[in-house]
Design a protein around this ligand. Structure first.
Ligand code: PEP
Ligand code: MN
Length: 335
């Protein structure tokens, strides 16, 4: 049993809880973070019911799980995450589009203008790339961040870009509106904490081998630093199926919506790995209740320096959004 105290709970309110626990012969252990104070009890009995009514107690959570602050038990109402004037988690779904990697000035300016025209609300593009092989293109680094910041001013689109290491957080946060933590970093706990401390909104991608409990545990690392602005992204998990790059876990979207108050978007590009499957996967994700989409878009996918097979062209992005908007309307959403 976990007793969660309000952020603003006083020492004497905590003492009252601990006194009550000890009166009932319970061992209690206390964990403090910027986000909340937790009291863990081994054998709760009816104690939890009594403690729920204590001043300063925000929630009492049962069961063995890795997450507290991201749960609906802790916060029933949806969290809205704002990135400049873009809002994740409201009735309007958010479209993030752009190339896998920032490659050249011309490429990022061309694609940014086109995705904006296709209705994108945010631009994506990697400057620090997590590549399977150290011999593959690793991204432009700070030069890529500078191009993103420039094109953001030019188009008005907020930008999201990946940060791979705790020591990169300050640099990336200087240029980006939102930090992306990639699939391969979802359980890099020092990175999660550093991103939490940055105060920037975070786009947290599900690990390719991370279950829902572990995914929400990762989100809690960011929330525990007092940063409530986390958007989750289902981006496909690894299964026995090898015809697609990963398998879009479409039911994880409504499942997460039940378990957590955080917004959940989907990435049909990495989930499928094949550009012709991006549109149907995008429609499925929106039908399942996703709060937005992340779609890799490239002016010339065959020439892309990373993830070319899954990138849609700018014309394809424009075309696929028509049916996606129709599906959104059918489930009470708009873009
Ligand atoms: C990406 O967004 O380009 C990326 C590397 O995604 P993921 O971490 O989901 O593989
Ligand atoms: Mn990519």
């Amino acid at each position: 049993m976990i007793i969660v105290l309000d952020r603003g709970a006083t020492e004497s309110q905590l003492d009252e809880v601990l006194r009550e626990a000890s009166r009932s012969g319970q061992q209690a252990s206390v964990t403090r973070s910027k986000g909340a104070t937790l009291v863990r009890l081994d054998a709760p009995g009816d104690l939890a019911d009594r403690l729920r009514a204590f001043p300063g107690v925000r929630a009492t959570l049962s069961g063995n799980r890795s997450y507290v602050l991201s749960s609906r038990d802790y916060q029933e109402t949806d969290t809205l995450v704002r990135v400049r004037d873009v809002v994740f988690g409201g009735t309007k779904a958010v479209l993030i589009a752009g190339p896998c990697s920032v490659e050249t000035r011309d490429q990022i300016f061309t694609v940014a203008k086109a995705v904006k025209a296709a209705g994108a609300h945010m631009l994506r593009g990697g400057a620090f790339k997590p590549r399977t092989s150290p011999w593959s293109f690793q991204g432009l680094g700070e030069e890529g961040l500078k191009l993103l910041a420039e094109v953001s001013v030019e188009t008005g689109l907020p930008v999201v870009t990946e940060v791979m290491a705790p020591e990169q957080v300050d640099l990336v946060a200087r240029y980006a509106d939102m930090l992306q933590i990639g699939s391969r970093s979802v359980q890099n706990f020092p990175l999660l904490r550093a991103a939490g401390r940055s105060g920037k909104p975070v786009l947290l991608k599900r690990g390719m081998a991370t279950d829902v409990d572990e995914f929400l545990g990762a989100a809690d690392y960011i929330l525990a630093e007092g940063n409530p602005n986390v958007v989750l992204c289902e981006r496909g998990i690894r299964t026995f199926e090898t015809s697609t790059r990963f398998t879009l876990d479409v039911v994880a979207i409504p499942l997460l919506e039940k378990l957590t108050h955080l917004p959940v978007i989907a990435d049909p590009s990495h989930a499928t790995g094949l550009s012709h499957l991006v549109a149907p996967a995008a429609r499925a994700a929106i039908a399942a209740g996703a709060d937005g989409l992340l779609i890799e878009t490239h002016p010339d996918p065959r020439e892309a320096l990373s993830d070319g097979r899954q990138a849609v062209t700018m014309a394809e992005l424009d075309a696929l959004m028509g049916p996606v908007r129709a599906v959104a309307a059918a489930v009470g959403r708009s873009f």
